[in-house]
Design a protein around this ligand. Structure first.
Ligand code: ADP
Ligand code: ASP
Ligand code: MG
Length: 408
């Protein structure tokens, strides 16, 4: 008998029929004699719909209240799944984030989990119940409802698995596992049987939606065995595990992209010490994560400073930067929220040269202009115009030989 945490994403619970399908899978796992904790997302499209309602009422909705609204999607799913399981003759009980409780910090919209009290779930399991837990949500010290950022149910699941020392955390989704790139935009993409936490961390942080980055961080920190697999078949999926367990061969193991980028340029910034700090301090004070930074070398005493933020933070970041620009005497601020970032990731990149050149040549051969570049030991990212995203992913995937053997 094992303790299994299963997480089902939005597309897996997108309709009442799909919720019944999930209930059958959960029941099967229970029938095999396991203790089962199920973490679920909102039904597909529901979180977007809820955020859309708030955006109709305000350009910049109050974030505390936004979390009150956004968290309701998961509450519906846990109730429905518990109803389906009960109807099938199983003992099941639903729990919201604050009933558990899942304690987080107070960074609304992107809260971090501080502690999960495992007792409520353990009591339910002792009672022979299947515990059905709302993903994505928690509660802060003051009792306010928080959410964990888009895709946050993955993190809820892995954190619950860590808190309960579960044997495995199964992430059920709409694809068979983690692929060399998004299988929905590149039909050549190949499923990986195993991937290291480090590479998964990079892929996740660079936009591969399949696991939220913080879930990978949790998995790595607490040694949670993560199995990413499909909720629509029984194929073995991808095991996320330690690097030692994997034989590396390819220089590049995956291509990731995100369309969730926005670019802000402060034009004609006086070039003197302390200016960059002046620009970025108010942004970090506002909890905005800045990603790529590009600064031109100044020959005139002025410089242009460009950086990217998540699209959700774009308006707020623009407002803050416009304030800073006035303060430091910069000429103006221009922004563009139709930016994408494509990235290649691979542990073996550390010991190979010419990888960056190949990326630049490949994009150039398709006439794709690079708007910014950032690299680490195991990744290269390029900012491009959003409309070229799919093309860029496909040509890079191909250039690094990641496709299925039959198609090269
Ligand atoms: P869920 O609703 O189950 O949480 P998500 O939409 O968050 O599912 O994540 C699954 C999606 O991630 C897939 O449908 C796929 O389009 C996308 N994806 C992006 N990159 C990858 C990748 N490298 N491997 C697998 N899926 C990926
Ligand atoms: N429902 C939330 C979202 O759409 C959380 C999740 O699906 O993981 O982002
Ligand atoms: Mg997801």
């Amino acid at each position: 008998m094992a303790l299994i945490v299963q997480k089902y994403g939005g597309t897996s619970v997108g309709t009442v029929e799909k919720i019944r399908n999930v209930a059958r899978r959960v029941a099967r796992t229970r029938d095999q004699g396991n203790d089962v904790v199920v973490v679920v997302s909102a039904m597909a499209g529901e979180t977007n719909r809820l955020l859309g309602l708030a955006n109709q009422l305000s350009e910049m909705p109050n974030e505390r209240e936004l979390d009150v609204v956004a968290s309701t999607g998961e509450q519906v799913t846990i109730g429905l799944l518990a109803i389906a399981l009960t109807d099938m003759g199983y003992k099941a009980k639903s729990f919201t984030g604050f009933q558990i409780p899942v304690l987080t910090d107070s960074a609304f919209v992107k809260a971090r989990i501080r502690k999960i009290d495992g007792d409520t779930i353990r009591d339910a399991l002792k009672n022979g119940e299947i515990a059905v837990v709302a993903g994505f949500q928690g509660i802060d010290e003051t009792g306010a409802i928080t959410t964990l950022g888009r895709g946050g149910s993955d993190t809820s699941a892995v954190a619950v698995a860590a808190a309960l020392s579960a044997d495995v955390c199964e992430i059920y989704t709409d694809v068979d596992g983690v692929y060399t790139t998004d299988p929905n935009i590149c039909e050549d993409a190949k499923k990986l049987d195993k991937i290291s936490f480090e590479e998964m961390l990079e892929l996740a942080s660079l936009g591969a939606k399949v696991l939220q980055i913080r879930s990978v961080e949790f998995g790595m920190k607490y040694g949670v065995r993560i199995h990413v697999r499909s909720s629509f078949n029984d194929n073995p999926g991808t095991i996320v595990t330690k690097e030692e367990e994997i034989m590396e061969t390819a220089v590049v193991s995956g291509v990731a992209y995100t369309k969730n980028e926005a670019k802000i340029t402060t034009v004609k910034v006086p070039d003197r010490p302390g200016i960059a700090a002046k620009i970025f301090k108010p942004l970090s004070d506002a909890n905005i994560v800045v990603d790529v930074i590009v600064q031109n070398v100044s020959v005139t005493g002025y410089t242009d400073l460009t950086f990217t933020v998540g699209r959700g933070d774009y308006k707020k970041a623009m407002m803050i930067t416009e304030g800073t620009a006035r303060e430091i005497g910069a000429e103006r601020v221009v922004g563009d929220d139709k930016i994408a970032k494509v990235s290649i990731v691979g542990m073996a990149m550390r010991s190979h040269s010419g990888v960056a050149t190949k990326v630049f040549e490949t994009l150039a051969s398709e006439g794709i202009n690079i708007l910014g570049i950032t690299t680490s030991e195991i990744k290269i990212s390029c900012l491009i115009e959003e409309k070229y995203t799919e093309l860029a992913v496909r040509v890079l995937h191909n250039a690094f030989g990641l496709g299925k053997p039959a198609s090269g």
